[in-house]
Structures are given as C-alpha cells and as structure tokens.
Ligand binder design. Structure first.
Ligand SMILES: C[S@@+](CC[C@H](N)C(=O)[O-])C[C@H]1O[C@@H](n2cnc3c(N)ncnc32)[C@H](O)[C@@H]1O
Length: 251
C-alpha cells in the first residue's frame, strides 16, 4: 500500500506553485482561493490548479455566512487555513484525518477528529458530533471504499442547500487505488449511477427506479476533471405545464 502511494506521488502532486491561467475567473477578476493559494501566507497545502474555479463556483454563496465546513484529509493543515480565510469569521471547521499529528491544527475555530474515513462507526461518531454540515470536502485517502463509505454515512448530514464535494477522483482511473476505466465499484462509477436517481420521478416500466432520499434531497450533480460536486436542495416532483400561445402566434 505504501509502495503504491509512493509510486503515485509524482502524479498526485504534478505541477508546482506557478500561478496558472485558472487564477482568474472568466470575468477576468482574481479567484480569491487561487490568489490565497499562490501567495500562501499559511501552512503547506497541495491542490490541482483546476480546482479553484470549481470551489469558487459552488462555495461562493457561503462566504461570510458562518458555514460548517468538514474536510476529510488535513495533512499539514494548509487547506483548513485557506477555508477559514475564504469563508470568513464565524466559520466552523472540522478536519478529519487518520494521522494523529493533525491534532496540532485544532484551534478555536477548528475541531480535529482522528479516525479512518472507511470506518463506518467512526463516520457515525462524526455524524453525532457534527449533525449539521454545510459543505463537505473529501480530500482524504482517495481509495474507493473510503469515498463510498464517507458519502453514504455523511451525505445525510449535509444540510438542505449544502454541498458535497469529492476531489482527486482520478484515482477512480488508477488500479493502485482500486480504480480502472469503467471498473465497477469505483467512486466515479458509483457517482454516475446516482445521476439516474435525480430523474427517478419519471421512471416507468419494471423495474422502476424508486424515488428515494437522494432524489428528494438532491438538486444537481456536477462532474469535472477529478471532482464531483453534489448540490442539495429539497426537491418536489416536477410538474409539466403548457402555457397558452399568444393569439398572434396562432395565426
Ligand atoms: C491529500 S492529503 C490532504 C491535503 C489537505 N486537504 C490539503 O489540501 O492541504 C490526504 C490526507 O488524508 C489522510 N488520510 C489518508 N487515508 C485516510 C483515511 N482512511 N481516513 C482519514 N484520513 C486519511 C492522510 O493522512 C492525509 O493527511
């Protein structure tokens, strides 16, 4: 396991600290997260340069609103500082890691919990301690069983209108992480199957796809290179309406 991880390190951390084009938004404005990252005043962190646009696109609405942000994968604590800076005062951070050294990053705004994200009883303990999550970022071990267990156990605690984001999903294409193109059981294949549930309201025939909790609580799924973002929102069965054509169009 350690050997496999070491072999993949150069691929996980390819790049450097140059500021790429993705440091700016399509509007030409600076992306605040990229700006922070490339001028990092805090602890070490490692990110792929395409992530900043994705984060800002889905997280911007939570800035200044004291969100509860859970991040699986603390490592050297750099991203926790970035999230605090980005979301602003009042943000509650919960960092989860298997490595007890991460406890040093606990502070007034930050709780650190130590455990294995594949361990469902540990995840149940997180659910108990952090029942309301606004944003969950899975940047932990990136193995398939870890990502699936974390999603299944913690997605229910993500609040209505909250966000679930899993990153580094390229491991779903890496055999050393349990991945492979179209291989059953990867988190990428698992997520693709969730897409069907968004439209379960319309399922006909046998066997029908049932409307379940995911259908009722999920607004949308967004797939990017290596990242999936799931946006929650209370959903109702959609209704189809026909509006009357204006008389001039009938002519
Ligand atoms: C990619 S690093 C996190 C980087 C950090 N989010 C950042 O951006 O600076 C992954 C972290 O996940 C942790 N990790 C690995 N396997 C884990 C597991 N099964 N459960 C919880 N954390 C795990 C590692 O100890 C490591 O600190």
């Amino acid at each position: 396991m350690l050997g496999k991880l070491l072999r993949n390190l150069p691929r996980l951390f390819r790049g450097g600290t140059r500021a790429p084009e993705t440091a700016t938004l399509q509007t030409g404005e600076a992306n605040p997260l990229a700006e922070y990252f490339y001028n990092n005043p805090g602890r070490v962190m490692t990110k792929w340069d395409n992530y900043f646009e994705i984060y800002h696109r889905h997280f911007a609405g939570f800035r200044g609103r004291s969100p509860v942000v859970v991040e699986i994968g603390v490592e050297r604590g750099g991203s926790l500082q970035m999230w605090h800076h980005y979301f602003g005062p009042g943000t509650r951070l919960v960092g989860i890691d298997i490595d007890t050294r991460c406890l040093q990053f606990q502070d007034d705004a930050t709780t650190i919990m130590i455990g294995d994200q594949a361990d469902r009883s540990f995840l149940a303990a997180i659910r108990e301690r952090v029942p309301h999550i606004d944003i969950l970022i899975d940047d932990g071990g990136h193995m398939m069983t870890q990502q699936i267990a974390t999603f299944e156990e913690l997605y229910p605690s993500v609040q209505p209108n909250g966000i679930y984001l899993c990153e580094d999903m390229h491991t779903s294409l890496w055999p050393s992480y349990g991945g492979g193109h179209r291989r059953p059981g990867t988190f990428l294949e698992y997520s693709k199957a969730l897409v069907d549930k968004l439209s379960a309201w319309h399922s006909e025939g046998q066997p029908a796809l049932p409307v379940d909790e995911f259908t009722r609580t999920t607004h949308s799924m967004h797939f990017y290179d290596s990242v999936v973002v799931i946006e929650k929102r209370p959903m109702k069965e959609p209704r189809s309406f026909r509006s009357a054509a204006s008389p001039s169009m009938d002519d």
